[in-house]
Design a protein around this ligand. Sequence first.
Ligand SMILES: Cc1cc2nc3c(=O)[nH]c(=O)nc-3n(C[C@H](O)[C@H](O)[C@H](O)COP(=O)(O)O)c2cc1C
Length: 165
Amino acid sequence: MADASELTKPHSENFRSVLGRLPTGVVVITGGDAKRPSGLVVGSFMSVSLEPPLVAVCVAKTSTSWPAIEAGGHFCANVLAQGQEALARQFAASGGDKFRGVSFSPAPASGAPLLERVAAWIDCRIYERYEAGDHWLVLGEVLELSGVGDGGALVFHSGSFRPLA
Ligand SMILES: Cc1cc2nc3c(=O)[nH]c(=O)nc-3n(C[C@H](O)[C@H](O)[C@H](O)COP(=O)(O)O)c2cc1C
């Protein structure tokens, strides 16, 4: 049997379950354009700085969508609204055509896909990328942003999507 203190060590299992107790927003990071759109779901999106206006996101080095997004030099962070769980699941699956049946328009500054009916969008230029273990820590400089709808966002907590009433 494992020593009791082992239970508090950061094994991949308890790292995930402990950190999963932190509720996060659900954000689709998109890049490319209408002809070649790319995107993935993240929970690691956050604001960083007001002057200059910076946000951050952590992307797994194994992401198959990120290289194309990075090559374009821009991304749009789409903050999902309550009721958009299906969209979240679609963008959490690696490979395939994630944009099938998804309505979007070009974000104003970058042209990256701005998804319909999101709670907010933040249109960014890639500002810096740092190595962070098995992820990239990416800073985006905010070019334009807007909150839309009634503000009801989708939340991810302990492995489940939940509406924020
Ligand atoms: C709620 C939720 C949050 C996630 N957060 C992240 C994240 O912060 N960074 C990340 O790289 N992947 C995250 N993922 C996993 C990616 O969405 C998933 O690996 C996806 O398949 C990557 O797609 P890609 O290979 O097309 O880039 C998250 C998934 C879910 C469901």
